[in-house]
Design a protein. Sequence first.
Length: 445
Amino acid sequence: MVNMTSNWEDELARWLEPFLDWLGHKARRRMCPLYVAGLIGPGDRKSVQPMAERFAPGDYDQLHHFIADGVWDAAPLESELLIQADRLVGGKDAVLVIDDTAMPKKGDRSVGVAPQYASTLGKTANCQTLVSLTLARREVPVMIALRLFVPESWTSDPARMKRAGVPVEHRVARTKPEIALAEIDRVIAAGVRFGCVLADAGYGLSAPFRQGLTARGLVWAVGILGRQKVYPAGVKLIFPIAGRGRPRERHIPDLLSMPSEDMLADAKWKNVSWRLGTKGKLKARFAAVRVRTADGPPQRIKDMGQQHLPGEEAWLIGEHRSSGEKKYYLANLPAATDLRTLAATIKARWICEQAHQQLKEELGLDHFEGRSWQGLHRHALMTMIAYAFLQHRRLAQAGRKKKNQRASASAEPAGRTPSHRRTHRSTTTAAMPVLQKTNQRKAAA
């Protein structure tokens, strides 16, 4: 076994101690740091064999057994990850981003693989899809959950799921929004602190998902499509006057619902800048109006057939990008929220895409070569632990830099006038790299 001598490996060993306490057996306690170090360390391929060659020569079988077949419960480590993530970036100004990421695969034996839409590829492809939850604050994301979405082609084939080791409780069809809500419940139960839930239209179009967030007392902002039906905020429920026959027994709205894009057609659009990017201010044209969502119980309305009654009141927000692309969102933020805050909240969702990319390109999330449910989820857990460690180093480095800047400023003569005016950019992240890099040493021969 390669001796772990570099600074980052020593720091990793210390940081992993709370996780290792849950593993018990000394062999598992030894393999876990090696696996995480293999994900972080050098090398283009982060599957078990090349990682073993670099970090644990002669221990390939043990490393493979640890991730694929070892008898240990991942749940306590998942809970520990939530604790560490909350310490790093949790808070009332944090956001919880719901999304999913696709991992292209060949063949049909790997658990959950099927032809399905992959947003990263922009097309339908043979892949696995993981529902993801990302906790982020001040542009620092920490991935805290990755759960496999099992397509109907799998849930309808019990023998196939049994071969792949899918747990009995997961052998039923569940939508991505249903998986996301279950994971949100786990995050809430762990006491993770966040202020708002964000999601794209893949989740925002689901009325049960939005209603589930509201039922949990959560603030949310989600993407929708322009055809999503809404009512004006002032809509009222009335008893229609019956021209003949018995009096009507059910209320109907006094106004008809309309597509979101039509509701915003005559709205006042403004140029809004929500933050400073690497190439200057990020901006687009936004408009927002208060509406009632058309996701209440279905009801026959005059000669319009079945229509959904008005649901809860929310913000309907439109975005016109410089490229000509148009996007639409719903948010249940307070009615007094200003347009810039609405825009900044919506656009905070981008951070999960950066996290997905880094988990794949730098930590090998999509490099797992096993076929089982257990192996895939354990590998995903190890990549999230590795990512959280790197963000821990990133924040620690930023804190040291900020402390040094304060020390330098206090050492200046009292009468000296600063030569540069201080800007009002984000306090810690402006000076931080995208992802803290380790001082990677060459792989051992």
